[in-house]
Design a protein around this ligand. Structure first.
Ligand code: PSU
Ligand code: MN
Length: 356
């Protein structure tokens, strides 16, 4: 039989999961987001790992505020998502945004798998793409803007159950040829796109990742991948990845997406999957491809030398690439996030008008 203290802890948790929540779903919506959703106005979800783990303070706060301002200027309401003191918040006040930006990596990077734990611990969690999509879908926000999504990490295909001979070959390869065999690390952003009907606007996938395999995996997950004004899938810092956007959806697709009500059809048919709309970085902010590539190679080598793996790898690589490019990659990152916010806000407004 459960002890009374265990029961009282459970009931505390129950109360904790039902804050002043109009939807009684264990989440707190800002008054502005509540009103916009109830009136059917455009709302754009924004993630918070990019604030806490993706950029240094105070640039992170400045960027988060500017991104929210761009969404507003273009007629939509921004809904930055984060878990504060264990409460999933959808739409942050300026004070909450500041708190999160200052917490930086002291907040827990929160993907889907981490949500329940962060809530139970009443901790502060910055949501990644997967967790932000989850909360956006829960409250009915169909459009979500980010910088870049996670993907399939490089060299994951070499992950086997190794026998003695294979291990010996691996050691020789490591020592003599500096060849690295990594764990099979596939971001939960990709599986979330396969199971959650939200349109995600991003600048594609960083080349710290294996882009062709990321696209293959998105196909496996049944995710519609579109590219904005181009046939090519962008590589975050650069416009080209050498890979085609799977459906070769060019500019007009955005309009098809809106006017054919692609997302609504997606929902009516209960496809259940998300849509990835990749927007290339504006030309004037492209970082030199070769500079980025050599910085990525050095950062990847450092990560494996220091044995930085799992969810620590992406933040480490982002920070190192920025240092190695003398801050150029951060400037590009900020520029592309703002551009994505502009595109996402417009899509969200058009979608809301269509639904009126
Ligand atoms: N890529 C970026 N910037 C980021 C991230 C990815 O260019 O800030 C963050 C996003 O929150 C993304 C997460 O959802 O990293 C993916 O982490 P992982 O690779 O551990 O799944
Ligand atoms: Mn991972």
């Amino acid at each position: 039989m459960a002890s009374s203290s265990a029961l009282s802890r459970l009931s505390n948790l129950h109360n904790h999961l039902n804050p002043t929540d109009p939807l009684s779903k264990g989440v707190k919506l800002s008054p502005e987001v509540t009103e916009a959703l109830s009136r059917g106005h455009a709302v754009v979800a924004l993630e918070s790992t990019i604030i806490s783990h993706g950029m240094p303070f105070p640039k992170n706060l400045e960027t988060a505020k500017e991104v929210e301002a761009i969404v507003r200027e273009n007629g939509a309401v921004p809904a930055t998502v984060a878990i504060l003191d264990g409460i999933p918040c959808i739409g942050l006040s300026t004070e909450e945004l500041e708190r999160l930006a200052k917490l930086g990596s002291k907040s827990q990077k929160t993907a889907r798998r981490d949500i329940a734990h962060v809530v139970a611990m009443r901790a502060n969690g910055a949501t990644t793409v997967s967790a932000t999509m989850f909360f956006a879908a829960m409250v009915g926000i169909p459009v979500f803007v980010t910088g870049g999504i996670g993907g399939v990490h490089r060299h994951g295909e070499h992950n086997h159950d190794l026998g003695f001979l294979e291990i010996s070959a691996l050691v020789i390869a490591l020592v003599c040829f500096d060849v690295f065999f990594a764990a099979m690390d596939i971001s939960s952003d990709l599986t979330e796109l396969g199971r959650t009907p939200v349109a995600v606007i991003s600048a594609g996938v960083k080349s710290i990742l294996d882009i062709p395999r990321t696209l293959e995996y998105l196909e496996t997950q049944g995710v519609c991948v579109a590219a904005y004004k181009t046939h090519e899938f962008p590589a975050f810092f650069t416009e080209s990845s050498g890979c085609k956007a799977i459906h070769e959806m060019i500019f007009y697709f955005i309009y098809l997406f809106i006017f054919d009500n692609n997302l609504d059809i997606n929902m009516k048919l209960k496809l259940g999957s998300g849509i990835l709309i990749s927007v290339p970085i504006p030309k004037e902010h492209t970082t030199s491809g070769s500079l980025i590539e050599s910085a990525i190679q050095s950062a990847l080598k450092e990560a494996r030398d220091k044995n930085i793996v799992g969810n620590a790898e992406t933040p480490f690589l982002l920070a190192r690439v920025n240092e190695l490019t003398g801050g150029m990659s951060l400037a590009s990152n900020i520029a592309l996030v703002k551009n994505n916010a502009l595109v996402g806000a417009r899509i969200s407004v058009a979608l809301a008008q269509l639904r009126q």
